[in-house]
Design a binder for this molecule. Structure first.
Ligand code: CTP
Ligand code: MG
Length: 250
């Protein structure tokens, strides 16, 4: 699907600048290992495995030591040679980190994937499906899955206090969104320009594009694209990796 003669190139931006507070004390989340390899390297490989991705921009934790550590890690691990990899320092919020990644993209990039470093195991087929939908003309594409749990909207109270329920959305209409999210680059740049960083900032790029009035489409996500957020997610990620290594010489 990647056509070298086309002037349009697709890049992937990997926000990896978060601390991983919910995972507990330790190194920044993206630098922690899964199966002996840093989570960030798994995420870079997941993007580089797609032939459509010509360039990967890794957004590293902002302090100089961590940024240098990320560069060293990337240089130390085997990655496809056809993929160019840049490292830039991130910001205080995910929104600012993504913005820093977008600012580093060269002029010939016309489409971009934004992919959480915290989703190290996304299969290449999901990446390719997102890229294809963008190349077919969708300005914003999000992989997502139906929910297992019913969701309640509540009036948030103090931690541990009972919270009144406000509404119960129909579960069949809800989707849990994943990454990589794919965008026409000009559309995503505009969304970032128009959205001020408020508090913790936007945690979802597609949500910012929705605010422009642009249609965002959902395509099927993948169970293995789950986000490593809490300690139990590490157990699951290790199990998925072990199964892959046993079954397909991963
Ligand atoms: N991220 C980022 N810059 C930030 C905050 C988050 O690049 N200032 C990235 C994280 O590195 C991660 C992705 O955004 O790959 C999704 O965020 P999340 O899962 O919330 O990771 P953390 O913010 O690191 O975790 P926590 O919220 O538990 O601290
Ligand atoms: Mg976070």
């Amino acid at each position: 699907m990647s056509d070298e003669s086309r002037p349009h190139r697709t890049a992937a931006v990997i926000p990896a600048a978060g601390r991983g507070v919910r995972l507990g004390p330790g190194a920044p989340k993206a630098l922690r290992t899964l199966g002996g390899t840093p989570m960030l390297i798994h995420a870079v490989r997941a993007m580089a495995r797609s032939r459509a991705v010509a360039l990967v921009v890794v957004v590293a934790p902002p302090d100089a030591a961590a940024t240098a550590e990320v560069r060293r890690m990337i240089d130390e691990h085997a990655l496809p040679e056809r993929t160019e990899i840049l490292v830039v320092p991130g910001g205080e919020t995910r929104q600012e980190s993504v913005r820093a990644g977008l600012d580093a993209l060269p002029a010939d990039i016309t489409a971009v994937l934004i992919h959480d470093a915290a989703r190290p195991l996304v299969p290449v087929d999901t990446v390719d499906t997102v890229v294809e939908a963008v190349r077919d003309g969708a300005p914003a594409v999000v992989p997502a899955l139906p929910l297992a749990d019913t969701v309640k909207e509540v009036e948030p109270g103090r931690p541990g206090e009972p919270e009144p329920v406000v509404a119960t959305p129909v579960r069949a209409r809800l989707r849990a969104v994943q990454t990589p999210q794919g965008f026409d680059l000009a559309t995503l740049r505009l969304a970032h320009e128009k959205t001020a960083v408020d508090g913790e900032g936007a945690t979802d790029d597609a949500g910012m594009v929705e605010q422009l009035g642009v249609t965002v489409v959902v395509i099927p996500g993948h169970e293995e694209a789950f986000k490593v957020t809490r300690p139990l997610d590490l157990v699951l990620a290790e199990a998925v990796l072990a199964r892959r290594r046993a079954t397909d010489a991963y």
